[in-house]
Design a protein around this ligand. Sequence first.
Ligand SMILES: Cc1cc2nc3c(=O)[nH]c(=O)nc-3n(C[C@H](O)[C@H](O)[C@H](O)COP(=O)(O)OP(=O)(O)OC[C@H]3O[C@@H](n4cnc5c(N)ncnc54)[C@H](O)[C@@H]3O)c2cc1C
Length: 407
Amino acid sequence: MRTQVGIVGGGPAGLLLSHLLHLQGIESVVLELRSRKTLETEIRAGVLEQGTTDLLVKSGVGERMWREGAVHHGINLQFSGRRERIDLSGLTGRAITLYGQHEVVKDLIRTRLDAGGRILFEAGATGLHDLDSREPRIRFQKDGEEHELRCDFVVGADGFHGVSRPSIPPQARTEYERKYPFGWFGILVEAPPSTNELIYANHERGFSLVSTRSPEIQRMYFQCDPDDDAEAWSDDRIWEELHARLDTRDGWTVTEGKIIQKGIVAMRSFVVEPMRYGRLFLAGDSAHIVPPTGAKGMNLAVADIQVLCRALAGFYLYNRTDLLERYSEICLRRVWKASRFSWWMTSMLHRFGDDPFQHRLQIAELDYVTSSRAAATSLAENYTGLPMELDSELPAREREQTAPSAF
Ligand SMILES: Cc1cc2nc3c(=O)[nH]c(=O)nc-3n(C[C@H](O)[C@H](O)[C@H](O)COP(=O)(O)OP(=O)(O)OC[C@H]3O[C@@H](n4cnc5c(N)ncnc54)[C@H](O)[C@@H]3O)c2cc1C
């Protein structure tokens, strides 16, 4: 089998790239380890930056998101018995959209398959070969048989545990990592929203977050031991913990409902440099992980793909290789800024052991962020998404030449 761009991984990064390349007339094949059903039902991220929603709409996959997603113009920070609103739209002119990652994935799969796109489900890549040649190869298994996909370029969009990143020789990559001493206990609840806008709460028992996925399904998290067993928590104990961390003196309380899913997510920051080796390009979680406190994981994957699509379009449509050469450098500028923001939000909101000094500093920081327009604007600017590096860097003529016509 042969194609122009072989994509390992059918998460948001791989599927979006395949869709955007198709709009440019560039062929791709997506190899995805898991089934379509699993991809379309797995609950993960849900906060889309303004730039992500704009791209989905402009490229023709945003119609359902437009109808069903909820646009939020602010978020709340809760601490020391106070709840303060950050007016995202008032401070930046931009908003966020709450729309589940699995819904984005559903929309992308349907659009690709309707357009005759090739997504091979339950096809796991087993090895990447000849990455520093002009015709790299991906070995994969499907239906118990070994296959090979030859291509011009390989895109490693196979998440943190995929095969792509380890295919770069150790001496050609540097990895940066920070593990956090806590995890997030996440639940999905059948209930109406507890609030109109997200609540990020710092409490002496630990962090918690009230989020939403739809008018009927809510997402809530609380800081926990990363090695805890989710099944050891009864529903009553979960609600007790959420009430203790979130309920306010004025009578506001978390709305309970049937818990339909629960699980624990570990927290880490990770970046590999560079994000390219020969004709292999890493994108999304295969290259970087952020703690979810800044809601950046899926948005960063989308930003990588925007840069990569323009670089590949530059190559195929204009015979340019400069953007491919600079792919890693351009992406890493945003990746590190998002890593910094995610680390900062995590540090400000979580409990780190029993350190009263640090807790007082966190409260001072929250007080500052919610009372200074400059500090609140900085949070809002990062939360709704920084501008694309590529656009701010390229002169207008080059911007036009490399911006794919469809978006
Ligand atoms: C359990 C979990 C919960 C999360 N919750 C949140 C959240 O609440 N908020 C938030 O902001 N972010 C969250 N994230 C992060 C966010 O979901 C990711 O940043 C986002 O999915 C990145 O997209 P991606 O396409 O790069 O990678 P992924 O979505 O991980 O997609 C990679 C795909 O590659 C496939 N794959 C792996 N190996 C192979 C192989 N060998 N061959 C073929 N295919 C392969 C995988 O099956 C997967 O479908 C969560 C992540 C996880 C893992």
